[in-house]
Structure formats: structure tokens, C-alpha cells
Write a protein that binds this ligand. Structure first.
Ligand code: 4AD
Ligand code: MG
Length: 468
């Protein structure tokens, strides 16, 4: 048996080599049958589709098949045959079955179909073996690949920004501290607070909330870069769209103005969605059929539309008008308010019926690094708002004037002593530049049609949840 190389099920299902012997290995999804013949649905993760294994009673007795239960891992040698059954073209007529690992039916947690997504989160170590998570994880891989492809083809360089940092890019104070100090015996500093002199870095450090600041340094040398890595936010928001650990893609481009940035964002997202339709259609169709009947149509519809470009001020006017017409929102709408997801979704889903790029937000609700407009009130921010998701991308043109940037950091309470190196780029060879951050899991929410962000990352980290 070992002389025969293993064939993946995805390849076997495409094969027309009927009558030839093959070796497959995988996990049993189901076994059903009669006294004469058993049908085993085998999945090896390479595709959403199972291979049907036919085990006849002339070759296998009950005793031999006893261990071939749902969840067991087996290797099968057999002959490929055209299937008589509905729904598949090929099946494998087994001549030998080896059981690698049994899965006791009385305790294996994935017995029946249709477990709830909530239940599957409690068994995150096994949920990749379900059709749903197999599909999601394959799509996740393809999206990562698409992203590297998009940027590589356009001459962007993949830049590795650090994960441990001493600066808070977004200035929102939501960082996870990194320390080797013994928390049970913390020493106080003379002027209050904790004495970090014996700490690993000799000063406070944290996990990064964004690779942008370092990305900007790189863009001002390499021209166009992107980062793609994990980011961490200790925000206590238990919503279906927030994770404490999520992956972010942050392109940054020298000489790009905000309009170029918007076009890049639109091209980028459309490329990813087209890639998903081209490369993951079997998995997407499965999710469409089981969770979200409009998924394929919604993905397609994004490709057909030009994203609306809309100023924040006009956006707020539309929302206020909607209120006057009787539409109610949970959170207040007024010029200066940070828009909630319900407002973003109203604009996208009800008013325009297509993605919206909202620009020129009030400077008070945006980060210190955004380029200030001449009106003295707004900054050159851009958020890309998507149906079902709300904000999927946040970005801006960057303030390239040293004095304005330093002053804004000061005003917003960002300690300039921690970002002196960032400020120096505006002293030496500064240039107009722009960039944005795409939340990878938000993109995956959109592409998979899932409604909870905990279901598009293998092991979600959220408040009070770090199992697995
Ligand atoms: O809008 P944000 O905070 O922007 C930045 O971090 C900038 N430094 C990006 C840049 O200009 N280079 O975050 C960017 C995106 C959001 O639009 C959202 O998609 C995602 O990151 N995001 C989250 N995704 C999951 N969980 C969270 N807690 C998220 N916070 C932000
Ligand atoms: Mg944002």
C-alpha cells in the first residue's frame, strides 16, 4: 500500500482515470449503508466535496468497518470508478482500509450536521473539520494570497513592521502591555507609576495597534509598501465586528494624494473579491446555500459599481434628513459625531445601495497624523463603508508638514518624545503620502457572508476569551 503515493481528494474528483488504483487519506464524515455495501464520505480538507468510498461486504466484514465512524482518520486504497449515485461523478471502490485514528461515537463532539456556530466556537480545536470552517479557512488562505499578489504585481514591497512597540499609533490608549516584570512585586517609580528600569526594554512597551507609523518610514524610502500582520487592541467592545487580535493590511504610498488613495482602496478590494469568485467559488457557493442566500450576488454587485465618494458633512446631512423623514437611529447624529455602524450602513445599504468612501472627517474624531484641510476643521481621512460590515477600511492622506504634525500630536496628547523618529521624516525629505488599513477579518466577513467576526479567524481573541 505504501508504494502508492497519496492523491488529494480535490485531484481525484477531477480525475477521469477510471479503473486505476489510488490511495487517499482523510477523515470520515459519515458512513451509511446496508448489509451488502457501506458508503463512506471521506474529506481530506483539500476541497469542500467529499469522496465517496464504496466498501463491499465481499471485501470487508462488519468487524473491519466497526472503527470507520464519523471523525475517524483512515487511509483507503481502491479503484476509481464512475459513480452510479447522484451528485458525484467518481467514487473509490475500496480494496483496503487502514484506520489511523478512531473517534469514539459516544464522545466525538461533531456527530451530527448543523451544529450552531456558537457551539462550534466552544470546540474551536475541532471546528476546522466541519464543512463551514473548512470553507472559511480555505477562503482565508486565498484572500491572503490575493493580497500579496495584488501589491507585488503593482511594485509594492512587503514591509515587516514590528509587533512590539513603544508608541500608540492610533493614540486611543487601547494597547496590551508587554512586560517581563513580576506583577506580584511591582516597584513604584519615584514620581508615581511603575518603575520600568528593570523591565525587559527598560521602559513601557506594548503590542502594536497598527504598523502604519513604521510603514510610513518605509514608504518614504521604498516608494510603495504594504504591511500584513497581526495587530492588537484592548478595546472592550464585544461586538460581532471587533477582535482583540486581528490582521491588518496597511499599504502606504509616497506621492499619493487622498484621491489616489481612494482609487487604490477601491481597486484593491475589488481585486480581492474578484479573486475570491475566481478561486473559491465552491466554498462560497456552499456558504451561500447554507448561510447567506445573497452572498454570490452581493459579491458580484460590488464589482459592478463605482464606490460613491462622499464628504462627511454631506453624509451627516443625509442622515439628518433621514431622521426628519422618520428614520430613527440608536446613536445621535450631528456634525462632529463619530458615526456608528448603523449610520454607516444606512448610507451604504439604504441611501446609496453601494459602497461609500466617506472623506474629510472632523479632526477631533480622527488620529493626529491625518493631513489637515484648509478649513481648519476637517482632515483628509477616508473610511470605506461596506454593506453588512460598515467600516472595512480606514485611511488618510498624512500630514507632511512638521510643525502642523507636531502641534496636532501635542494637542491630542500623543507624547512626541515617543515618536521623535516619526516626526523626523517630516524634517528630512518629507513628501505627500497616503495609506490605509484594511481589517483582514472584516474583508473575510464580507467575502464569506458570515455575520460574526469570531467565525472568520481560527482562534478568536475577545474579552475573557483566550482558550485554544
Ligand atoms: O481605522 P483603523 O483604526 O486605522 C488604522 O489603524 C490606521 N493606522 C490604518 C492606516 O491608515 N494605515 O483600522 C483600520 C481597519 C478598520 O477599518 C477595520 O477594518 C479594522 O482595521 N479594525 C478591526 N478589525 C477587527 N477588530 C478590531 N478591533 C478592529 N479595529 C479596526
Ligand atoms: Mg477607523
Amino acid at each position: 500500500m505504501e508504494t502508492l503515493g497519496r492523491t488529494k481528494i480535490i485531484d481525484l474528483l477531477r480525475s477521469k482515470d477510471f479503473g486505476t488504483s489510488f490511495l487517499v487519506k482523510g477523515w470520515v464524515r459519515t458512513r451509511r449503508g446496508s448489509k451488502q455495501v457501506s458508503f463512506i464520505a471521506l474529506n481530506d480538507g483539500s476541497t469542500i466535496y467529499n469522496l465517496q468510498i464504496v466498501a463491499g461486504s465481499d471485501t470487508f466484514d462488519d468487524e473491519q468497518l466497526k472503527a470507520v465512524t464519523t471523525g475517524a482518520c483512515i487511509a483507503v486504497v481502491g479503484t476509481l470508478a464512475e459513480s452510479q449515485g447522484q451528485g458525484q461523478e467518481a467514487e473509490l471502490r475500496a480494496s483496503s482500509i487502514t484506520v489511523y485514528g478512531t473517534a469514539d461515537p459516544t464522545s466525538y463532539p461533531l456527530q451530527k450536521k448543523g451544529h450552531s456556530l456558537e457551539y462550534l466556537r466552544e470546540i474551536a480545536h475541532l471546528r476546522p473539520r466541519t464543512n463551514t470552517f473548512g470553507a472559511i479557512l480555505r477562503i482565508r488562505h486565498h484572500m491572503a494570497f490575493a493580497i500579496h499578489n495584488f501589491f507585488h504585481d503593482r511594485g509594492f514591497f512587503y514591509f515587516h513592521s514590528p509587533i512590539i512597540t513603544a508608541s500608540d499609533c492610533e493614540g486611543a490608549g487601547q494597547m496590551f502591555q508587554v512586560t517581563t516584570l513580576n506583577l506580584a512585586e511591582l516597584k513604584k517609580a519615584p514620581c508615581g507609576g511603575v518603575d520600568h528600569s528593570d523591565d525587559f526594554f527598560g521602559r513601557p512597551a506594548a503590542l502594536t495597534v497598527s504598523g502604519q507609523l513604521e510603514g510610513e518610514l518605509a514608504a518614504l524610502a521604498l516608494g510603495a509598501i504594504y504591511t500584513f500582520g497581526p495587530t492588537f487592541r484592548a478595546e472592550n467592545s464585544n461586538t460581532p465586528r471587533h477582535l482583540a487580535e486581528f490582521w491588518m493590511i496597511e499599504p502606504e504610498v509616497a506621492f499619493n494624494e487622498i484621491e489616489d488613495n481612494m482609487q487604490l482602496a477601491e481597486d484593491f478590494i475589488k481585486f480581492c473579491i474578484q479573486w475570491a469568485l475566481n478561486n473559491c467559488i465552491d466554498d462560497i457557493r456552499f456558504l451561500n446555500d447554507h448561510f447567506d442566500k445573497d452572498l454570490v450576488a452581493r459579491l458580484q454587485s460590488i464589482l459592478d459599481k463605482t464606490f460613491v465618494r462622499l464628504g462627511y458633512t454631506e453624509g451627516v446631512e443625509i442622515l439628518e434628513q433621514a431622521q426628519r423623514n422618520g428614520r430613527s437611529f440608536e446613536f445621535p447624529v450631528y456634525w462632529g459625531a463619530d458615526l456608528a455602524s448603523e449610520h454607516e450602513r444606512y448610507l451604504v445599504e439604504e441611501h446609496f445601495g453601494c459602497p461609500v468612501i466617506l472623506t474629510d472627517y472632523p479632526k477631533e474624531i480622527k488620529s493626529f497624523y491625518m493631513k489637515q484641510n484648509d478649513d481648519g476643521k476637517t482632515v483628509r481621512a477616508m473610511d470605506v463603508l461596506f454593506p453588512k460590515i460598515g467600516e472595512i477600511i480606514g485611511g488618510s492622506q498624512r500630514e507632511d508638514d512638521y510643525d502642523k504634525l507636531a502641534q496636532r500630536a501635542e494637542e491630542m496628547g500623543v507624547p512626541t518624545k515617543d515618536i521623535w523618529w516619526y516626526l523626523e521624516t517630516r524634517r528630512f525629505g518629507t513628501a505627500p503620502h497616503s495609506g490605509f488599513g484594511l481589517g483582514f477579518e472584516r474583508l473575510l466577513l464580507f467575502v464569506t457572508g458570515m455575520s460574526n467576526i469570531r467565525d472568520v479567524i481560527p482562534f478568536p481573541r475577545t474579552p475573557k476569551n483566550v482558550e485554544f
